[in-house]
Design a protein around this ligand. Structure first.
Ligand code: CO
Length: 134
């Protein structure tokens, strides 16, 4: 079921400052910011050839990463995203195995225009896992 690592996401309090760290200090190519109101975040991506890094900044009043940044004010690793061939088949298999899907359990469209789901960190070794249909 599990495919490639699509990205590792880092939540940050200031996307412009975080972009400067990756672009200027690390010499990486960083995409233009993309607002995702349905997910409550603004994101940029960094292509590291074999995978990507996603930098997330809170957007709006009820951002799902606001509480994380309260606990980690300097930012920190927020989730990892794996690709799957069929997100509905994967979701149903995980639910049958007792895993908890966040939200209403239905995929939303993610930053790459593809359906995504998030899995409860308590079921996956303390790590928030995103699944993206490849
Ligand atoms: Co992500």
């Amino acid at each position: 079921m599990l495919g490639r690592l699509n990205h590792v996401a880092i939540a940050v309090p200031d996307l412009a400052a975080a972009t400067a760290v990756y672009r200027d200090t690390l010499g990486a190519k960083v995409t233009q910011p993309q607002t995702l109101p349905e997910h409550g975040v603004t994101v940029v991506f960094i292509d590291t050839v074999n995978t990507k890094i996603e930098l997330l900044e809170p957007l709006g009043e009820n951002s799902p990463i606001a509480a994380f940044l309260e606990k980690n004010p300097a930012g920190g690793m927020h989730h990892i995203c794996y690709e799957v061939d069929d997100i509905i088949v994967s979701r149903d298999r995980l639910k049958a195995a007792g895993a908890r899907i966040l939200g209403d359990g239905d995929p939303k469209i993610g930053a790459h225009g593809k359906p995504v789901l998030f899995l409860h960190p308590k079921d996956f070794l303390g790590t928030l896992v995103e699944l993206e249909q490849a």
